[in-house]
Design a protein around this ligand. Structure first.
Ligand code: FES
Length: 148
C-alpha cells in the first residue's frame, strides 16, 4: 500500500524537532482526524535561503512521511523556491500516496506556508503567491466536497 520511500520516511523521519528562536513557526490542524503539524524554519535574512527546517507532529504515518520529505525538499531553497514545494511535489518525491491519504500531505504544505507567513509578518515582507494561512486544512470547505 505504501511505497518504500514512504515507509522509510515514516520509520526514520528526517528533521524531527524544534528550532529555538526560529525565523518562522507555523501550525495547522486537520479537524477531521484531529492531527496537528508544526513547522519551524530558520531563514537567512540576507539571502532568504532556508537554512534549516524541523517539524513536530501529532499526526498519522502519512503526515510524518510527507513532512519529513517536505523538510528535506525546502532546506537549502530560497523562500520563492520553497513556495513551489507543493503537496503534489512532496508526494511525487515519495513515489505516491494512497488516495485516502492525500489530505495528510496537505498538513506539511500548509504548515510550511504558515511558517513562511509568520516570517513575512515579522519582517514586513511580501511573499509572492502566499496567502494568510488557514489554521485547519478543511477551513472554509463545504462538507459535501469531502471525498473519503
Ligand atoms: Fe490525519 Fe493523516 S489521518 S493527517
Amino acid at each position: 500500500m505504501y511505497s518504500d520511500k514512504v515507509m522509510d520516511h515514516f520509520q526514520n523521519p528526517r528533521n524531527v524537532g524544534e528550532i529555538e528562536n526560529a525565523s518562522g513557526v507555523g501550525t495547522v490542524g486537520n479537524a477531521k482526524c484531529g492531527d496537528i503539524m508544526r513547522i519551524f524554519l530558520d531563514i537567512d535574512e540576507e539571502t532568504h535561503v532556508i537554512k534549516d527546517c524541523k517539524f513536530k507532529t501529532f499526526g498519522c504515518g502519512a503526515a510524518v512521511a510527507t513532512s519529513s520529505m517536505a523538510t528535506e525538499l525546502v532546506i537549502g531553497k530560497t523562500i520563492e523556491e520553497a513556495m513551489q514545494v507543493t503537496n503534489k511535489a512532496v508526494m511525487e518525491a515519495l513515489d505516491g500516496l494512497p488516495p485516502v491519504k492525500v489530505h495528510c500531505s496537505l498538513l506539511a504544505e500548509e504548515a510550511i506556508h504558515a511558517a513562511l507567513w509568520d516570517y513575512s509578518q515579522k519582517h514586513g515582507i511580501q511573499i509572492e503567491g502566499l496567502e494568510k494561512p488557514k489554521s485547519d486544512i478543511h477551513e472554509g470547505e463545504e462538507e459535501e466536497e469531502e471525498e473519503y
